[in-house]
Design a protein around this ligand. Structure first.
Ligand SMILES: [Zn+2]
Ligand SMILES: [Zn+2]
Length: 351
């Protein structure tokens, strides 16, 4: 029997706690604004694990997971203008129409289209597969410059877009002390984008000695503290009583509290993390601190700018790729990533 070329491998959300690599039909265009992308490199995101463990209720069982990928455009619908077959592209985690009120104001995460927001690998088939259908391809795809490798571009559409957005909305000024809580993949991408803003002082709070070492090794100008020392360090180092800007990227049990506790009065606290559980906002304790909270859900509309920063050598996320796998072995890659084994930061998965 010859191999059916209309069938592909797709890592699929079967049920709570269970993902499986199964055969699926290769996706086809469903709208004139769609594109089909042949994936050349993908990754695993913590949000994939959130789906696996049931903390993303809108995730649909049966969908192909994965929303971090780059590839080559295979086919485009008749209304797609910005890319054509053969173009190398990054795929945006978010689906957005480009036309509604929210899209026009840059709040693409809140696009009112029924498929708007985080759809790929959550509500519609995603990219831990050989091919993916990308709706609104003019919005969702960005061309990768010829000089750039797939590995350099891999995180543009999701984790790096998140870091870029977080730094953008945090109103960082040159005189600021910025605290970043969490040095996982999103935390490090946030750090890279905060560094572009050149604040006076950057402190990263991370509990894993391995990850703390990674930050010290790659970004020697950044100070790294352990969570148990964080509040005291901030009180001691910041003459204004805390950080001017706090970015909470950890999403752990106590990190939301740590974030606002380490903020100075009138600071901005940007919550990038996706929590498994509700968090307490103890307003009586905060009274008079006059904090501004900004909450998560990346607006991934800066991908073109991010690609040009990578091209200019200003952002480099390739050190984050600590492990490489074939799609056939993706279950192994999940095991490693989920259990944070062997110093993993990010994995690259090649179909
Ligand atoms: Zn993600
Ligand atoms: Zn929209």
């Amino acid at each position: 029997m010859t191999k059916n070329t209309k069938v592909m491998l797709a890592y699929t959300y079967i049920s709570h706690g269970k993902f499986e690599l199964i055969d699926k039909p290769k996706p086809e265009l469903q709208s004139p604004r769609d594109a089909i992308v042949r994936i050349t490199l993908g990754s695993i995101c913590t949000s994939d694990l959130h789906i696996k463990h049931g903390s993303v209720p809108r995730a649909v069982p049966g969908i192909t997971v994965g929303h971090e990928m780059v590839g080559v455009v295979e086919e485009v619908g008749s209304e797609v203008r910005s890319v054509k077959a053969g173009d190398r592209v990054t795929v945006n985690v978010e689906t957005f129409c480009g036309e509604c009120f929210f899209c026009k104001n840059g709040f693409v995460n809140n696009c009112t289209d029924p498929n708007g927001g985080w759809a790929l690998g959550c509500r519609i088939d995603g990219g831990q597969a050989e091919y993916v259908r990308v709706p609104y391809a003019d919005q969702g795809l960005n061309r990768i410059p010829d000089s750039m490798s797939d590995e350099q571009a891999l995180f543009v559409g999701d984790v790096l877009a998140t870091g870029f957005w977080a730094a953008r909305i945090s109103e960082i000024k040159p005189d600021d002390t910025v605290l970043i809580i969490g040095a996982g993949p999103t935390g490090i991408c946030t750090l890279l984008c905060v560094m572009l803003k050149q604040p006076k002082h950057i402190i990263v709070c991370e509990k894993s000695p391995e990850r703390a070492r990674f930050v010290r090794e790659h970004y020697p100008s950044v100070e790294v503290v352990a969570p148990e020392d964080c509040a005291a360090t901030m009180r001691q180092k910041c003459e204004r009583g805390g950080a001017d800007v706090v970015l909470e990227v950890a999403g752990a049990e106590d990190t939301f509290r740590l974030a606002w506790e380490c903020a100075r009065p009138n600071a901005i606290v940007t919550v990038v993390a996706l929590y498994d559980k509700p968090q307490m906002l103890p307003l009586p304790e905060m009274y008079g601190k006059n904090l501004t909270f900004k909450t998560g859900g990346v607006d991934g509309c800066d991908c073109a700018e991010i690609l040009s920063l990578i091209e200019a050598g200003k952002i480099d996320t390739t050190p984050l790729i600590t492990h490489r796998y074939k799609l056939a072995d993706i279950a192994e890659a999940y095991h490693l990533f989920e259990n944070k084994l062997d110093g993993v930061i990010k994995v690259a998965v090649e179909p």
